[in-house]
Ligand binder design. Structure first.
Ligand SMILES: [Zn+2]
Length: 90
């Protein structure tokens, strides 16, 4: 389990890694989704991510961060996501 602060630090770090620039990172209970990305570049994550396996958490974070670049789950989104997920974290 990570704290909210640790989680947010992790998100900002990944954002830097993939050159994404969210306006704000939020955490709340979302129930149905793991995360969302608004048109105002505010990314909200479900609190359940705090208890999640680090690799799954990373996947969910990078997924939402990529929505800053691609709104939908198109071919390009999926290809880029796959590339980032297969990259080793430096
Ligand atoms: Zn998505």
């Amino acid at each position: 389990m990570v704290s909210k602060e640790e989680f947010k630090r992790e998100v900002w770090k990944f954002a830097e890694d993939i050159n994404a620039k969210p306006e704000q990172i939020r955490l709340r209970d979302m129930k149905l989704k793991k995360g969302s990305c608004s048109r105002k570049k505010i990314i909200t994550f479900d609190k359940s991510l705090l208890n999640m396996d680090p690799s799954l958490r990373r996947e969910a974070i990078i997924h939402e961060l990529l929505h800053l670049r691609y709104r939908h789950h198109g071919k390009l989104f999926k290809a880029v996501l796959k590339t980032y997920l297969n990259e080793e974290v430096p």
